[in-house]
Design a protein around this ligand. Sequence first.
Ligand code: F6R
Length: 362
Amino acid sequence: DKGGHKHFMSKEIAEQPSVLTNALGYYLKNGKIELPDPGLDFAAIDRLTMVACGTAYYACLVAKYWFEQVARLPVEIDVASEFRYREPPITKGTAALFVSQSGETADTLAALRYCEGKVDKIISVVNVPESSIARESDLPLPILAGTEIGVASTKAFTCQLTVLAILAIKAAQDRGHMDAKQVAEALEQVKSVPGIMNHALALGERTRAVSRNLAEARDILFLGRGPMYALAHEGALKLKEISYIHAEAYASGELKHGPIALVDEHVPVIVMAPRDALFDKTISNMQEVMARGGKVLLITDEQGAKEAGPGVWDTILMPEVDPFVAPIVYAIPAQLLAYHTAVAKGTDVDQPRNLAKSVTVE
Ligand code: F6R
């Protein structure tokens, strides 16, 4: 049942504020973090290894910034197909965390099995509680996104991010990098996400108008810094998988090391820039693109658009959001642009060619 939507993907995008609220209710009780197993202590580990595929991997990439910044916990991340064949040495004091919507992705499951007996704890962040990955973990953490039918992952991604943000805050608390007041403040930010997301979802019409132009492009670049670099990847993946337009993500600062040679008036460059600590640097990279004739679509808030100055091709004005939770909210325009571009191109949004919802072969 598509609930009045044309596609499951559109329904699942719209559902995000409500499923996120469910996840928050499950993990936050009386303003405190409560995990299904109280035994997880991030002070007892020295490092975290996170492994996943595709969109779930980009959730890990965002989380790496969170864990390292707020909890000072070293994090290694890898795509599952590379991790397992690298045969990485694993030392005592490591926890391994696997992220998977289906809980059945063959490479992720094999990576988990590789870690068995080598790590202190196996944690998983999954949508299907009875899945193989959940069953084989010491601590399976549900994301409570509900069934996701669209092949392109949307609500699972933001629910994964929400659970990982809560874990990062818990890690900061366990490791003495946040006191009770700071924890409470950070949790307030996370709790504000569903409400802010509703405002971002109101951008549906705006993103539809922009997408009519994007649908004409052959190549599209996505830029971001810090956790927005991960969102740039997610935006590019979403766009290529359902609209079949070639899209690539770069860390804004990497552009001048090669990819800027691709920039001309035919290549839209989507810049994801909430007003975080790296905003000015991202904007200066954006100006380098414009100086070379690039067409910039800037995604930022009203103040950000003012500070960025004139000359951009188009702007998507986001609600103001705390930098810590911005990656969760900025998933919305990334999803909407991919969705509307695919609809404008007339592709099969829910069943893109060559793809399966659950990849159970390696
Ligand atoms: C992209 C997408 C895929 C999955 C990947 C992992 O929209 O859905 O990249 O994220 O195949 O799947 P799970 O999370 O089920 O392990």
